[in-house]
Design a protein around this ligand. Structure first.
Ligand code: ASP
Length: 307
């Protein structure tokens, strides 16, 4: 089976005019580095799940993106972190919502999948699991970077709640995710985010909700979404792509394009997704101005793009 991987660093109102060439370059370099290392891991026989999680950990650690260190801030000035993982063979999944202390929320989501009988743990319960399993934790101030404080102040001043890329900001990027298909034809997805700028404390978006922002099943596809989370939740975006493939017999590309360009606008949804099927086909549609993304397939050179 040809392996394949796709990653995203968020979708939104990413204007060419608001990204300096230097910032574009920094972002593309980071996406390329992470895409290449994910492709190398697949080449060496790593599982789709390990590769998807590894790519998301690298994106969480990069303050350019809205996840982990450098996540956007809720209205009370702190980061509340959502993340999920799902593997497509057993359809096992784990997720955390509104977590405040895991250094890498995607690793805690994985721990929920592996070490508990649950799928989704929220807030103090999520942080307590990290403590119990000795998954690296940090003081919540670790997540807060100056650019995010300024972004929150602007959002508060305008009374807005918006996507990382939805405001008038010039220098911040978005939610992160990855999907992979390994040499055995197994697929997996992982997604991680700080959510939306100036969100109400306790607000949970689509990212940690299996079937909305994250989904994987070897029979159909693995999906990681990004965009305004509420419409993704109302539509069940990731599972819609899978259902169209399963029940309507559509290809990955047709199903993914249909959901993003036809169904999501029907609920005034803005965003995009990365998806892979068990044959290593990729789809990366978005209905916003841009989406930070990188992708690689066996035998083809990796590539990255924003618009
Ligand atoms: N989907 C995320 C949320 O609503 C935000 C994003 O993708 O940038 O929490």
């Amino acid at each position: 089976m040809p392996f394949a991987v796709a990653i995203h660093g968020g979708a939104g109102l990413i204007r060419r005019s608001s990204l300096t060439p230097e910032r574009q370059e920094r972002c593309l370099v980071s996406l390329r580095r992470i895409t290449i290392s994910a492709a190398e891991a697949l080449e060496q026989g790593a599982s789709a799940l390990d590769v998807a999680i590894g790519a998301v950990v690298a994106l969480e650690d990069d303050p350019l993106f809205n996840a982990g260190h450098g996540a956007v801030l809720a209205s009370h000035g702190e980061a509340e972190l959502d993340a999920a993982v799902m593997e497509g063979t057993h359809r096992a999944a784990g997720a955390v919502a509104a977590a405040r202390t895991p250094r890498n929320p995607v690793q805690l989501a994985h721990a929920v999948m592996v070490h508990t009988p649950h799928v989704l743990l929220a807030a103090e319960g999520a942080d307590a699991l990290a403590e119990e399993l000795r998954i690296p934790q940090v003081d919540p101030s670790y997540f807060v970077v100056e650019a995010r404080r300024e972004q929150l102040q602007r959002a508060r001043a305008s009374g807005r709640f918006h996507l990382d890329h939805g405001g008038a900001d010039k220098d911040v990027y978005g939610t992160v995710g990855a999907v992979a298909c390994d040499a055995t034809g197994a697929v997996a997805a992982a997604t991680s985010t700080g959510g939306m700028v100036n969100k109400r404390p306790g607000r949970v978006g689509d990212t940690p909700v299996i079937g909305a922002g994250t989904f994987a099943w070897n029979d159909t596809c693995a999906v990681s979404g990004t965009g305004h989370g509420e419409p993704f939740l109302r539509l069940g975006v990731a599972s819609r792509v899978s259902a169209r493939m399963e029940l309507a017999g559509e290809s990955l590309a047709t199903a993914a394009e249909h959901v993003i360009h036809r169904e999501l606008p029907g609920v005034e949804g803005q965003g995009g997704l990365v998806a892979v099927d068990a044959q290593g086909n990729l789809a990366l549609p978005f209905n916003t101005a841009g989406m930070f993304r990188g992708w690689a397939r066996q035998g083809q050179p990796p590539d990255v793009a924003i618009w």
